[in-house]
Write a protein that binds this ligand. Structure first.
Ligand SMILES: C[S@@+](CC[C@H](N)C(=O)[O-])C[C@H]1O[C@@H](n2cnc3c(N)ncnc32)[C@H](O)[C@@H]1O
Length: 220
């Protein structure tokens, strides 16, 4: 599914979030702690979050994804922006990260967690590859507060799939957004899962009228 989305992936992100997705990525990077060390962007897609980390001064950024077509798109964008020296792309699975323990100063991800088949295993992998004290920051959709539930569900489950069909010719892939949210924990429960995975100082902030959450925690 992700491979099919690549040609119009960035355009659809800008359109369906009214341009806010890049601000949320910027907030994710700002929460990743002081720049300068080694950062990992898990499920980098077309590389937007990895590029932001590099531009914000992270010395070296490793950007991982399991979809070769996404990685190819990221490679083109990273080269075009002159960041190939600082952003290394690698094929791999979030559930079995190909890195030694205690490697990274921060681990970030955007719009990944709803997609993994085993959330606890992914959080365990993020913790394993972080150095003690390293920061985890996760950006993803969340369950909106009660007052916004109906309008946001209508937007996400009706408007966005039709927009996706018009722009990328793929109604089902954009219908998947709402479906992937159904079994996904709400922001409070995700905080609890992150704490249980071995992180301290876990908190989250809501964005986009409560449709999006950024969680963070520190490896104990
Ligand atoms: C919605 S896209 C998000 C891409 C990017 N992080 C962004 O901010 O636009 C989800 C990405 O997660 C990747 N992905 C999903 N599950 C994965 C896994 N288990 N391991 C590695 N990548 C995964 C997909 O290939 C896709 O590129």
């Amino acid at each position: 599914m992700f491979a099919r989305l690549v040609p119009r992936y960035d355009l659809m992100n800008r359109l369906m979030t009214l341009g806010l997705d890049q601000r949320w990525r910027e907030a994710t990077v700002a929460l990743a702690g002081p720049a300068g060390g080694l950062a990992l962007d898990v499920a980098t897609g077309t590389g937007d979050l990895a590029l932001r980390l590099a531009r914000r001064g992270w010395r070296q950024v490793v950007a991982l994804d399991f979809c070769p077509q996404m990685l190819a798109a990221a490679a083109g964008k990273i080269a075009a922006q002159g960041e190939s020296g600082r952003v290394a792309l690698i094929a791999g699975d979030a559930l079995n990260l190909p890195f030694a323990a205690d490697t990274f100063d921060c681990v970030v991800n955007a719009f990944l967690l709803r997609n993994v088949v085993d959330l606890a295993a992914a959080l365990g992998e993020f913790r394993r590859v972080l150095r003690p004290g390293g920061r985890l920051v996760c950006l993803d959709l969340t369950h909106p507060p009660a007052a916004m539930k109906l309008p946001l569900a209508f937007y996400r489950d009706t408007i966005v799939p039709f927009l996706g069909a018009a722009v990328s010719g793929d109604f089902d892939a954009y219908r998947y957004l709402g479906n992937s949210l159904k079994p996904y924990p709400d922001a409070q429960r995700l905080s609890a899962l992150i704490s249980r995975a071995g992180f301290a100082q876990v908190d989250y902030r809501l964005y986009g009228l409560g449709a999006v959450a950024i969680h963070r925690g520190c490896k104990k």
